[in-house]
Design a protein around this ligand. Structure first.
Ligand code: LLP
Length: 386
């Protein structure tokens, strides 16, 4: 809950900034651990959603693993205290030096996206006299029914190994002595709110799990990726995603073989709701057809609306009384027409200096910010700051 009492705290700060609610983050992490723990599931936090140092520390303190997509993320996870034995490394284009970092630190597993990558990892591992543990990222052709920019599991996407390539993959693996196949990995997309998508994923995973077993490959790990969505429309009512239903779906529909581990890579569901972008109204423009609120935050601080037409709730923190609502387009100061947070939002009459919160911005917000227009680096405030 973003209480209007926070205004006093926010007024002392220079806007714009990200505000992180530590209590909500911790309760979210406790919920993840509690629900995943019921089934012995392993959860890796996807650093790509937010790698703010202080936030990472809080995640790490709750003993999650880490899911990284670059050598720098692997290093950051290690620096923060994540155990190497709980780090997975994914990505369709891992460079040699990034692979080296992961090999030197003996991470838990590489999620491998192509046969060529398998060969490269094998070569680099053999030079270091190491054995790399790998999980094959398989593209299951499951439609995540989410925005096409964040759908990853379809045949037309660049991600993963296609099912028809698996035969070749197995043949190649037999020739590679410095990689060890430990499992299979999937990730079908992000912001998935319909659990039926995960059920369909389970069906595919089961088929493939059997396929490998029939060919004499026992897999220790089934990694089903991340993707659980959040409620952007009502962040106060649903501040913690329904982890119980999510993990239960996998418990019910995934056919685990004896001692097989199930791993998850959750980003958004863990950190989105604890973060808000706090901004001040710079100007109000009244037009004939449209009214605009021009904020001091823009697409440089939160890119999702411009990039994916993503919805984020706009909450007025100051200035609301018992007055009529007016429709405003809420825009940023950047010289781009796409620099718009939301159109036709009914808000109380707003004036210069009012504070506005853009909600549910803890995931893919701060990390995707940029210095375009030579903007200041985005600041952040934690609820437990003094
Ligand atoms: N694992 C893999 C292999 C991934 O590619 C991703 C996200 C995740 C896990 C974590 O997914 P999550 O649980 O957060 O949905 N920038 C976009 C989202 C991109 C997601 C990329 N992959 C956005 O702002 O919506």
């Amino acid at each position: 809950m973003l209480d209007n009492n926070l205004i006093k705290v926010f007024e002392k700060q220079q806007t714009p900034f990200y505000y992180y609610d530590v209590d909500l983050l911790e309760r979210t992490l406790d919920a993840v651990n509690h629900e995943a723990g019921k089934y012995g599931f392993h959860v890796h936090y996807a650093l790509k959603a937010n790698f703010n140092d202080r936030l990472l520390k809080l995640v790490q303190a709750k003993n999650l693993g880490a899911d990284c997509v670059s050598g720098n993320e692997v290093l950051k996870a290690l620096e923060t205290g994540f155990d190497a034995s709980k780090i997975v490394f994914a990505g369709v284009g891992k460079s040699d030096s990034e692979i080296d970092i992961a090999l030197e630190n003996e991470i838990f597993s590489f999620n491998v996206e192509s046969i060529q990558e398998l060969e490269v990892i094998n070569q680099l591992a053999s030079e270091k006299k190491k054995i790399a543990r790998v999980a094959l990222r398989i593209n299951p052709n499951v439609d995540a029914q989410t925005h096409h920019y964040i759908t990853t599991g379809l045949d037309e996407n660049k991600f993963g190994i296609k099912v028809w390539e698996l035969e070749d993959c197995i043949t190649t693996l037999k020739e590679l002595s410095s990689v060890k196949l430990i499992g299979i990995h999937f990730h079908v997309g992000s912001q998935i709110t319909d659990l039926k998508v995960f059920r369909s994923l389970c069906v595919k995973v089961n088929e493939l799990n059997n396929w490998f077993e029939e060919r004499g490959h026992y897999l220790d790990v089934l990694n089903v990726g991340g993707g659980l969505g959040i409620d952007y429309h009502d962040p106060d009512k649903n501040s913690i995603p329904n982890f119980a239903a999510y993990f239960e779906t996998f418990d019910q529909f995934l056919e685990r073989k004896p001692n097989q581990e199930v791993h998850f890579e959750l980003g958004r569901a863990i950190v989105a709701q604890c973060g808000s972008l706090i901004s001040k109204v710079l100007y109000v423009k009244k037009g004939i057809k449209k009214n605009f609120i021009i904020l001091d935050a823009g697409m440089t601080e939160l890119m999702r609306p411009a990039l994916y037409q993503a919805y984020h709730k706009v909450q007025q923190l100051s200035g609301n009384g018992n007055r009529e609502r007016i429709n405003y387009d809420v825009v940023g100061p950047i010289c781009e027409s796409s620099d718009c947070f939301a159109k036709e939002v009914p808000l109380f009459e707003t004036k210069r200096g009012d504070l506005i919160a853009i909600r549910s911005a803890g995931a893919y917000g701060e990390v995707m910010s940029s210095r375009y227009n030579l903007r200041d680096e985005i600041r952040y405030v934690f609820s437990n700051d003094n």
